[in-house]
Design a protein around this ligand. Structure first.
Ligand code: SF4
Length: 101
């Protein structure tokens, strides 16, 4: 079990969680990534990030609400096949087309 970052981080990336993680297991692949991800094997389940996130984006895996469960899979996939994780994220949560006609 690990903690999981969910939808509220998407296109926000406040990064408050990063500085409190004692094992530095919160990652951003590159600047184009739309959110941060917690490494599921490196996370020691301390819960510090959950309390720090001002957007309430982080849950312990067993507490991720049903409507956000896709993020459990996407997070794991990000560390195995990042391109597929990005694809899945964009499929489920398309980028806003604001300003584009
Ligand atoms: Fe890092 Fe603790 Fe959050 Fe896991 S639960 S990502 S170890 S701060």
């Amino acid at each position: 079990m690990a903690y999981v970052i969910t939808q509220a981080c998407l296109d926000v990336k406040e990064r408050a969680c990063v500085s409190v993680c004692p094992v530095d297991c919160i990652y951003e692949g590159d600047e184009s990534d739309r959110m941060l991800f917690i490494h599921p094997e490196q996370c020691i389940n301390c819960g510090a990030c959950e309390m720090e996130c001002p957007h309430f984006a982080i849950y312990s895996e067993e507490d991720v609400p049903e409507k956000l469960r896709a993020f459990v899979t996407i997070q794991r996939l990000f560390f195995e096949e990042p391109a597929k994780a990005r694809e899945e994220l964009n499929r489920l949560y398309p980028r806003s087309s604001c300003g584009v006609l």
